[in-house]
Write a protein that binds this ligand. Structure first.
Ligand code: NAD
Length: 375
């Protein structure tokens, strides 16, 4: 049988790559499943649940040594990569575009690595494997809830004997998967919501959620339905026009990404400095490279002198760990099914999904997109 395993993630990551539900499906499909002890605890899946689902609980070393395929949420540390052996398969968010050294290390071990970031998202067969979408959707939902929690007033309009409270005004910058989920959630909480994206095509999606779509004079549709990187002049123009929208809102949730690049700066330091007391910025793009909001820091909250809060939210999906793991695990299962042929793992490098998803194949870096990014 093919041996599949999930490892315990590093501290700070609450998700787990395989849930007991998916384990029981794999076991029924004749896979053998090994789970590192404690792997699911932070997602509220105790070891016993895995045992009941038919997995064997093992040490980290055994999980690594004995599996054909290892599923992870995040890229492994260098020590663990060093323990992998030729012919093993690794699948997860391996940060191929931002951490090429990690992929090179996997290639050196002659591992076959599938990096979810490389999945071709417009191929409809790949949708069940789309971790970026499933996790963005969780993150967008959670971002709206965190915003509502941190905001010092109501989201909905409240008419009471003690007076009327105005609804909160929420602006979502970047209306891809996460942004749309944030819009839907903020709407359900009763806020007055508007959305902005550099792709004009997202207008219909924003309006269908009952939010107002805002535009600037800068338009930036790129390849494959993604945004392109703007020129410095366009960026400046966009920032100037967005400043007016930002100043009118109580809550600003930012989600803008350009695949493999530093996130675009949408909220300048000036906009941050001028934000009214009580304004909440939630930056889902916050990273060590910078984010959408000037001075946001990943997983930290910064208070401005005027009393606005900037929440650097790099790990929102990990903050809703059970739901995020459920979906991640289903995505992993879809890939496992896709690469299983007659009870063995088999990778057709000419397949339109695998040809992209494979960062390395038996130690070779075969991804064109990755080779391009590494040069
Ligand atoms: P993403 O996480 O890469 O970026 C989030 C949003 O930020 C995007 O909507 C992007 O246009 C926007 N953005 C980038 N630069 C910006 C800027 N300077 N100013 C304002 N906004 C900016 O995107 P995503 O959520 O992964 O989705 C990207 C696209 O892919 C969307 O069109 C989405 O509908 C599409 N998609 C398609 C499929 C599919 O066909 N199966 C699946 C998932 C996503």
């Amino acid at each position: 049988a093919i041996v599949v395993s999930a490892l315990k993630e590093a501290t700070g990551e609450n998700r787990v790559a395989l849930t007991p539900d998916v384990v029981s499906r794999l076991v029924k499909g004749n896979y053998e499943v090994l789970i590192e002890q404690g792997a699911g605890v932070n997602a509220f899946y105790p070891d016993q649940a895995y045992q009941d689902a038919g997995a064997t609980l093992v040490s980290r070393d055994d999980a690594i040594k004995q599996s054909n395929l290892i599923a992870v949420i995040n890229q492994l540390d260098a020590t663990t990569i060093g323990q992998l052996t030729a012919g093993q398969t690794l699948i997860g968010l391996l940060a191929p575009l931002t951490d090429p050294d990690g992929i090179k290390a996997l290639a050196k071990q002659k591992v076959t690595a599938l990096a979810f970031e490389l999945l071709p998202r417009t191929v409809s067969r790949a949708q069940t494997m789309d971790v970026l979408s499933s996790q963005s959707s969780v993150a967008g939902y959670k971002a709206a809830l965190v915003a509502a929690d941190k905001f010092s007033r109501y989201f909905p309009m409240m008419i009471t004997a003690a007076g009327t409270a105005k609804p909160a005004k929420v602006l979502v910058l970047g209306t891809g998967v996460a942004g749309l989920q944030a819009i839907g959630t903020a709407k359900r909480l009763g806020a007055v919501v508007s959305g902005y994206d550099v792709r004009p095509a997202s207008r219909g999606e924003v309006e269908s959620l009952g939010a107002t779509f805002l535009t600037t004079s800068v338009s930036g549709a790129g390849e494959g339905g993604y945004a392109r990187q703007l020129t410095p002049e366009e960026t400046q123009q966009q920032q100037d026009e967005l400043a007016g929208f930002i100043a009118e809102n109580n809550v600003i949730i930012t989600t803008a990404q350009v695949p493999g690049r530093k996130p675009p700066l949408l909220v300048t330091q000036k906009s941050v400095d001028e934000a009214k007391p009580g304004t909440i910025f939630i930056d889902l793009a916050a990273s060590d490279l910078g984010g959408n909001v000037a001075s946001s820091k990943p997983n930290e909250t910064v208070m401005t002198p005027a009393g606005a809060q900037i929440i650097g939210a790099g790990d929102m999906a990990s903050q809703l760990p059970a739901a995020a793991s459920d979906m991640f695990s289903k995505n992993v299962q879809a890939v496992i099914n896709y690469v299983t042929k007659e009870e063995a793992l088999s990778f057709d490098v000419d397949d339109d999904v695998l040809g992209e998803l494979l960062a390395t194949y038996n130690g070779d870096i075969i991804s064109n997109r990755l080779r391009g990014a590494m040069n």
